[in-house]
Design a binder for this molecule. Structure first.
Ligand SMILES: [Zn+2]
Length: 158
């Protein structure tokens, strides 16, 4: 994907244009810091890529009367776009069980698992340590645990 942003002046045909922009300025009359939140205080038909006058104001409650200070700031509004990298779907969260296997059975277990390669995954790196770490669907893990316990029991008899 390629995105090119131009400097073309463009009026946004929006009577109520809310933007994720906050403008803060010092009131020239009283020195107060005033922020205009364009996300709630909309602009009408703003132009982008050109000087735009934006009015600022604040209401002041005095003891005997109310007052309002207003002034204008000049800003240039721009719209930006960037490519978003689509994340590849994460593999479904796998539940894991750890089964202790006597070291002398590790090879048999690994072979048994290999025949079910598509259904189960065993971290073979741990097989020699006598540990099978299995990541698959929980219901299949139960079945797999049975396979392993069966192997363990069979070799236990010999
Ligand atoms: Zn003021």
């Amino acid at each position: 994907m390629k995105i090119k942003m131009t400097d073309e002046q463009t009026e946004l045909d929006l009577k109520r244009c809310y933007l994720p922009i906050e403008i803060t300025d010092t009131c020239p009359t009283c020195g107060a810091e005033v922020t205009r939140h364009l996300s709630s205080d909309y602009l009408s038909y703003p132009c982008i890529n050109t000087s735009t006058k934006i009015s600022m104001y604040h209401h002041i409650e005095l003891q005997d009367r109310d007052d309002e200070h207003s002034w204008e700031v000049v800003v240039i509004l721009r719209v930006t776009a960037e490519a978003e990298t689509v994340k590849t779907a994460e593999p479904p969260a796998a539940e894991a069980i750890t089964v202790d296997i006597p070291a002398n059975l590790a090879q048999d277990v690994a072979s048994a698992l290999e025949s079910q390669a598509n259904r189960y995954r065993m971290d073979k790196g741990h097989a020699e340590d006598g540990i099978a770490i299995l990541n698959r669907d929980a219901d299949r893990l139960d079945a797999l645990a049975e396979i392993i316990m069966g192997l363990v029991a069979r070799h236990g008899d010999t």
